[in-house]
Design a protein around this ligand. Structure first.
Ligand SMILES: [Ca+2]
Length: 305
């Protein structure tokens, strides 16, 4: 066999045993699927870290809590994008918050009663609009509790109060939203997203079905960017920070303000407040040793990331 013959023989062998289209044993199961997405350039990943944790294995989220991943968000009110701001809501700035877990709902009467039964919490007032001791209000938020009682309960649960920055990030996410669910008013399109107090007359307050506070988690459409419910409305919520007017512009990494003469911060607005008071950046404060029927709380916990 000459050289040409050998080449022809090799070509035949290649075609017969899978070296070309005629003998292809390709994986047909891939047919019809979209081509695999090209990997992101490393440079882009390094310069845009907010999604970095998405690529890591999921972390275990405790029952009844949501996970808010570490990272920066815009905290505070900027009149150019948020509308009218109170002086105390300024300045708007980027704040880094370490990862944490937050209770999905406000702490309920049932949960707080368990803490009392265990001897770890002192009983709150039970009169008038206060929920403790009222039949059929086990799934209502505990209210009429002081800041200290809120701290007691969170410690009992192996948790702590969220910082003001944590609370705002859980409500606001990284897109600067006005309400936890987005930009719409709480009843836009006839969907109710919160228990709030629009208007002066009872029939206006009752449009969301509740004159005062209502059971936690009643408005699934009001969920925030990480899944927390009722951050806007129902009861306002004690957070860990002491109140002072405005923010320290340079305190931008896990900020937390200790006790102040003014009191402790409460967030989220309540069943008795207008929609503008439910905006994610609105602040209020109260004397920590007082209790209020429109104030409750939820707890937080450090997360691995
Ligand atoms: Ca609330």
């Amino acid at each position: 066999m000459g050289r040409t013959g050998i080449l022809l023989l090799l070509a035949f062998v290649a075609l017969a045993f899978g070296g070309g289209p005629a003998g292809c044993s390709c994986d047909r199961s891939r047919e019809g699927r979209a081509p695999a997405r090209a990997p992101e350039p490393l440079r882009e990943r390094l310069e845009n870290p907010p999604d970095e944790d998405v690529r890591q294995p999921p972390i275990e989220v405790p029952d009844g809590m949501v996970h808010v991943p570490r990272g920066a968000f815009r905290m505070g009110c900027d009149e150019e994008v948020d509308g009218a701001c109170a002086a105390t809501e300024r300045p708007s700035r980027q704040v880094w918050v370490s990862g944490f877990f937050l209770d999905r709902t406000e702490v309920t009467v049932a949960a707080f009663t368990a803490c009392i039964a265990a001897g770890s919490c002192s009983p709150p007032v039970s009169a008038g609009e206060c929920n403790y001791g009222e039949a059929d209000r086990g799934q209502f938020p505990i209210n009429c509790v002081t800041w200290d009682q809120a701290v007691q309960h969170c410690a009992f649960a192996g948790k702590r109060l969220p910082t003001e920055a944590e609370w705002e990030k859980a409500a606001r996410g990284t897109d600067g939203r006005t309400f936890p669910w987005g930009a719409d008013l709480p009843d836009a399109g006839g969907t109710f997203r919160a228990n709030w107090g629009e208007g002066l007359a009872r029939h206006l307050w009752m449009r969301d079905q509740w004159e005062y506070d209502g059971p936690v988690g009643f408005f699934p459409e009001g969920a925030g960017p990480y899944g927390a419910l009722d951050q806007a409305g129902n009861v306002s919520e004690w957070v860990a920070d002491g109140y002072r007017e405005g923010y320290a512009p340079d305190d931008t990494r896990d900020p937390e303000v200790g006790p102040t003469a003014e009191g402790r911060v409460v967030r989220g607005g309540s069943f008795r407040e207008y929609a503008r008071r439910l905006r994610t950046f609105v602040r209020d404060w109260h004397e920590p040793t007082f209790w209020y029927s429109h104030v409750g709380f939820r707890c937080a916990k450090d997360a691995p990331r």
